[in-house]
Design a binder for this molecule. Structure first.
Ligand SMILES: [Zn+2]
Length: 340
């Protein structure tokens, strides 16, 4: 069991990124016992979601979790997310907008009780919908928060500290494309599914910007750069309808892969030499980040941290533990950072 210490003080911002090698989960303390969980993973050999283990270990009642966000429905980001939702009675479930569509609901329902290896993530999301239905008051309709570029999840003071959560992606064009693909997969009510869903729905991944007082955090999810101008990071960077303040802390997109890299992220969404946090992805022959990715991220960052020691991206003074990286920011400055 990882020793997580005692958790943040009320006025401390804390961003904890957990990634045991396969999977990613982020827990944000936006001061004053306001907690946000983004994605979920379960470390191998364990049964409890990493975010639940973490919050339990530092003595946080999950009633203080206000948002449980699923950035996209890949298995490495959703395992255990229904556990977190189930234990967080006051949390809103936030899903990328493409999932709202009838076609996806049909797929989630069809595969909800079947082999998760066929459609990774579907049974977790089906369980989340069951939890929401059970919580819905008579006369109301069960609902999650469906979010895409432009949505503001929160814009209110928390104990006197202004907190704003902006959704940066997916773009409308990416949602349209995802819906088209989902509908192609679904042969009809009575026919069996003849194909599995696309394996790379990263274009509908939800990147978030969280402003807490004067501090800004960019969570890049698994969002990728594509060739289309209305898609992925290109769409985020070309949106001039609102001002997104530059961040000093970046959860690097897509496990540090070059596919999640865009120069514009570093030039326009991040301050110079930000602190970078990332989780590795190791499954079969796929290993992220690659050596070239580590070099690139190090060269662009003031400090770079990876959650699993195997990655070795660490720069400067950082301590490595099994799978968690934490940053703490006091009211006006980064006071300490590192792993524990
Ligand atoms: Zn991933």
């Amino acid at each position: 069991m990882t020793d997580f210490g005692s958790g943040p003080a009320a006025d401390e911002i804390e961003v904890t990124v957990m990634g045991p090698g396969y999977g990613e989960s982020i827990v944000v303390h936006a001061t004053n016992n306001f907690w946000i969980v983004v994605d979920s993973c379960i470390p191998s050999g364990e049964k409890v979601a990493a975010a639940v283990s973490y919050l339990n270990a530092i003595g946080v009642d999950l009633a203080a979790v206000r948002f449980v966000v699923s950035t996209h429905w890949h298995d490495d980001h959703v395992r255990g997310i229904s556990q977190i939702l189930n234990l967080s009675p006051n949390a809103k479930l936030v899903l990328a907008s493409a999932l709202q569509q009838k076609e996806f609901m049909q797929i989630a329902t069809a595969f909800g009780n079947t082999n998760d290896a066929v459609v990774p993530g579907a049974s977790e999301l089906a369980e989340c919908f069951r939890i929401i239905r059970a919580r819905t008051l008579p006369g109301a309709r069960p609902s999650a928060v469906f979010a895409s570029s432009g949505k503001v999840l929160w814009d209110m003071p928390v104990g006197g500290v202004q907190v704003k959560i902006d959704v940066l992606s997916p773009s409308d064009a990416d949602i349209t494309e995802a819906v088209r693909r989902f509908s192609e997969l679904w042969p009809g009510e009575r026919a069996p599914l003849n194909r599995v869903p696309p394996s790379h729905p990263n274009h509908v991944a939800m990147a978030l910007h969280i402003a807490i007082g004067e501090h800004n955090v960019l969570l890049g999810a698994d969002l990728e750069k594509t060739v289309a101008l209305d898609s992925g990071w290109e769409a985020v960077l070309s949106d001039d309808s609102r001002q997104i303040r530059k961040s000093t802390l970046y959860k690097v997109a897509h496990h540090g892969s070059i596919t999640g890299h865009h120069d514009g992220i570093w030039e326009r969404l991040l301050e110079a030499t930000p602190t970078s946090l990332l989780t590795p992805f190791r499954r079969g022959r796929v290993k992220l980040p690659k050596e070239t990715d580590k070099h690139r991220i190090r060269s662009l960052s003031g400090g770079a941290f990876i959650t699993s020691p195997v990655g070795g991206v660490c720069q400067g003074s950082c301590r490595v533990n099994r799978y968690a990286a934490c940053l703490y920011i006091s009211a006006d400055a980064l006071v300490r950072s590192g792993f524990r």
